[in-house]
Each structure stands twice: as structure tokens, then as C-alpha cells.
Design a protein around this ligand. Sequence first.
Ligand SMILES: [Zn+2]
Ligand SMILES: [Zn+2]
Length: 265
Amino acid sequence: MITFISLSSGSNGNCYYIGNEKTAILIDVGIGVRTIKKRLAENDLSIDNVHAVLITHDHVDHIKHLGSFTERYMRPVYTTEKLSKALNYHFCTRGRMMGCVNELKMREQSIAEDIEVTPFVVPHDATETVGYYIDFFGETFTFLTDLGAPTEDAVKYAKIANNLIVESNYDVDMLLTGTYTKELKMRIMQDHGHLSNEQTASLIRRAYHKELKNIYLCHLSQNNNTPDLAYGYAEDALHTLGLKVKSDVMLHCLPRCQPSSKFCI
Ligand SMILES: [Zn+2]
Ligand SMILES: [Zn+2]
């Protein structure tokens, strides 16, 4: 059985876990080691089972605790060539990666027995940002956290995954009428910012396929979105395809500051 848990999702910190009885990986380490340990233990899982880490990009909410995690656990960290260089200079990771960083090519490659990963570039305002298509013991996951536009590649990899983790960051009306400065609003809405609920809904419409079992909405904004709004847009997108949530596909909103349920896939 394969387990997926979001340990935290959003600008407060991102960390996701995929594992089975043999091994596990983390995607991003934006929350503290003690919190990761505690949240895994609450779900009868152990941090000691984590054998590798994937990094999506070098924003603080994704790598804030990568340095302390690596110093403590010395697990291989996988990311792209550009991002691995950026980790040498970033204040969260500089001098702390202990030779653990491995560079990924932009193609499918094995990082451990029965774990293949494919990074692909997505538009976002970091040094470089990647989505991941992950084949974990035959179960497939596409991660699309932090991207400003639903690119062809994003749709392509969403179209072949059994599990889609995709950000539904902001509601356009809430953002436009909210208190953020004009500059910050523009930064979020531009093509290298984040996905709105509408953009995520459109991506889901384009990417749905019969093998898709779970859609997880991640990285919701605290100030410019609500779980009900994000869920509603995604559910409407599925309805327009004639699909029913629960009977045809599962739809989940991942909480921001708390761990999600333990999804057994
Ligand atoms: Zn982020
Ligand atoms: Zn980001």
C-alpha cells in the first residue's frame, strides 16, 4: 500500500510525503524537522523511512528547513542542475548540504529501486521551478505546486498520472479586492506567479483521464482564497465533463498549516 500525506501546504511551508512499507520520499522541506517527525508519527509513519528528497524550487516556503534536515539525516536530495547550484548560495542551505545534492536531468530517471522521477520546468518566479512526474512503485503522481500558467508540459504530465497534486492558489475577486499592493497582485497574477482557481479548473478539464483517481488542491492562499471556493471551481470543472466527485474521481483540498488525512492509495 502506498501512502500520501501533505504535511503542510502553502506559503507557511510545503512538505509532502509518499511512502510504502519499504521506503519513502519527501517533496520539499519547508517545515521544521521536529514538525515533520511529529506529523508523520501521528500517522504511524517514521522519518527514518524517508530515503530521498525532491526539491521543486528555491523559495523559502519550500526549502526553509532543507539545510537542517540534510545535516541531521544526510539523505540524497534531488533537484535540477540550476537549482542545485542555487542551493549553494541560498541562506537556508548554504554550506549545509553535506555533499547530498544530486542533479536531475530533464527526463525520466531512477532515484532508487522502483522510484522514477521526471522533472519538467514550469513558469514561476524562482531561480528555476519544476513540476515532477513520479512513478513510485507503479503508482504515479504529478506535482504542480507553484506555477503561473498551465503549460503544455503541465497538462501532459497531469494527463498520465493516477494522482494530481495541483495548486489552486487564489480567487481572482478576492485578490483584486483584497489589501495586497498593486505590485504584489500583479506578481501573483502574472504568468510566472501562481494559478488562480479558474486556471486550475481549466487545467483539470484539459487533463482529466480515466486513470486519474485523486486530485489534491494544494498551496491555497490564506488571504485570497478559501477551501470552499477552490473546491467549488474544481468540482464544477469535473461536472462540465459529466463526472461526479467520489464516484468518478476523488477531490481533496489540502490544509495549509495542518497535515492532511493519510491517503492510502
Ligand atoms: Zn510556494
Ligand atoms: Zn514559489
